[in-house]
Write a protein that binds this ligand. Structure first.
Ligand code: SAH
Length: 456
């Protein structure tokens, strides 16, 4: 091999940087090695695990000289479980890192070094924030296991505790794991497509404390359902809804088509600000409710509504942002590709007595040009696209019809920066970027940015 380093080599290196997904980066004669668990400014002993042409990977063996920001990760399955990437970095350090990640792409990709990127709005207590857990069950060496998938695999990392999820989810997953044998419930096996219990889902309304538990089973016939309902009621006496969902397909998708209520209501209610939302088993809902208020509050502030504006909420999901904005705008038009989510949005508008929010199912890049073609005009456009960013057709529509203000909510700084550049070239000016920490301990960062149409 003509490589500078080879597989199984043991070296001591200096860590220079941290990738967006939380790996340390060290260079050996210019050849980058990615080292999960290592932090910038550290000297570490590593073992090279894989070498590719332009870069390689290594395992952290020993921290020789630790970063000032290093902390002991409180979770015993970190970093094996892929759920968190930054538990070994102090929370303050995480927030600084996330700001730097955003700053870098705003400089490099959006080419906007003069645009302020504010300090990340973080949480006071960055633990136990997730309102939903999706817990796979399986079997290893004859024992039932449950926990979380190792990152990018379907290998279950067995655990009884996850300190970013609710305590109720901890208790139930552990109790169920212990009782499955007695109850005669077999965990599902992905390889053979045998067994019964595929996933346990626990969802909690932060504002209401309503709790939903969902059992995803391979078959509809679930002889232990009464026993399971009793178990849940025993472990979580305040449970408000127990659901069975049937998924008989060989698939990675968690939910199947059929949903059966075993106890209580088919949905839980939660609220953001003054608005109540009914959330059913399969609905998308933001995972960190406390920070969702911060995120939406920022979007609302940037929208600068006085009550006279027509607003678009593109990629609206179940209409959470739309209903939040509708209280302050003349009217809001929400568009979302999943028809079920649009049904939820309409029902939630009705539930809250909001009659100035309209929803349409379809791709934003098709529905919005149609609205304009029908003669509708808008003052403010809010977009909250998935990781791949806004569709090019949608950006072209914006540049053609020129709404005054754009509020861009993004879960991926790289595509945000790409789209900001396109909008800048089309005559918009990015005023500022506010990162919000929706997923403490992970490497993700969410941003809200404000763009104004250049006055001519
Ligand atoms: N704003 C919502 C959801 C944001 S997630 C909230 O805060 O809860 C992004 C949403 O975009 C998802 O609901 C996804 O289904 C939807 N989506 C993906 N591609 C789309 C497209 N081309 N047009 C409209 N919606 C799309």
């Amino acid at each position: 091999m003509s490589f500078i380093v080879n597989r199984n080599d043991r070296l001591i290196v200096s860590v220079e940087d941290l990738t967006h997904d939380g790996s340390g980066v060290a260079k050996v004669e210019g050849y980058p090695l990615f080292i999960p668990g290592a932090l910038p400014d550290e000297r570490v002993e590593i073992e090279v695990t894989k070498t590719l042409k332009k870069y390689g990977f290594a395992k952290l063996l020993n921290v020789k000289q630790a970063s000032h920001d290093r902390v002991d990760p409180p979770c015993h399955v970190f970093p094996e479980c892929g759920g968190c990437q930054l538990q070994h970095l102090s929370y303050e350090g995480q927030l600084l890192r996330k700001r730097k990640t955003v700053r870098d792409v705003i400089d490099r990709i959006a080419k906007l070094p003069h645009v302020p990127v504010h300090p990340v709005k973080g949480m006071e207590n960055p633990w136990r924030y997730r309102n939903k857990s999706q817990i796979p069950f399986g079997e290893r060496d004859g024992e039932v296991i449950s926990g979380f998938f190792r990152s990018r695999t379907h290998h279950i990392v067995d655990t009884d505790v996850c300190i970013i999820q609710s305590i109720e989810a901890d208790h139930l997953m552990t109790a169920l794991k212990r009782e499955m044998d007695v109850l005669g419930i077999q965990a599902y096996d992905e390889k053979t497509h045998k067994g019964m219990l595929r996933h346990l889902i626990v969802r909690k309304g932060r504002a209401t404390n309503e709790i939903m538990v969902v059992f995803v089973t391979r078959k509809k016939k679930f002889p232990q359902k009464e026993a399971v309902v009793e178990l849940v009621k025993h472990v979580i006496p305040e449970v408000t809804s127990i659901i069975q969902n049937v998924n008989d397909k060989k698939t990675n998708v968690i939910f199947g088509e059929e949903t059966i209520v075993l106890h209580g209501k088919p949905f839980i209610v939660d609220s953001i600000g003054d608005i109540d939302f009914e959330i059913s088993a399969r609905s998308f809902y933001q995972l960190n409710p406390e920070q969702t208020e911060v995120l939406y509050g920022q979007a609302l502030e940037y929208a600068q509504l006085t009550g006279n504006e027509s607003v678009i909420d593109a990629y609206c999901g179940i209409g959470t942002i739309s209903l939040f904005l509708a209280q302050k705008a003349k009217e809001v038009y929400g568009v979302e590709i999943v028809p079920q989510a649009i049904e939820d949005a309409k029902r939630n508008a009705e539930l809250n007595g909001i009659d100035n929010a309209y929803f349409e199912a379809g791709p934003a890049e098709v529905v919005i040009p149609n609205w304009y073609a029908e003669g509708k005009r808008f003052d403010v456009l809010v977009v909250d696209p998935p990781r791949k960013g806004c569709d090019e057709k949608l950006l072209n529509t914006i540049l053609e019809y020129k709404p005054k203000r754009i509020v861009y909510v993004s879960c991926n700084p790289a595509t945000l920066a790409r789209d900001l550049r396109i909008l800048e070239d089309g005559g918009y000016r990015t005023q500022e970027v506010q990162p919000v920490d929706m997923f403490p301990q992970s490497s993700h960062v969410e941003c809200v940015s404000l763009l104004q149409r250049e006055t001519m």
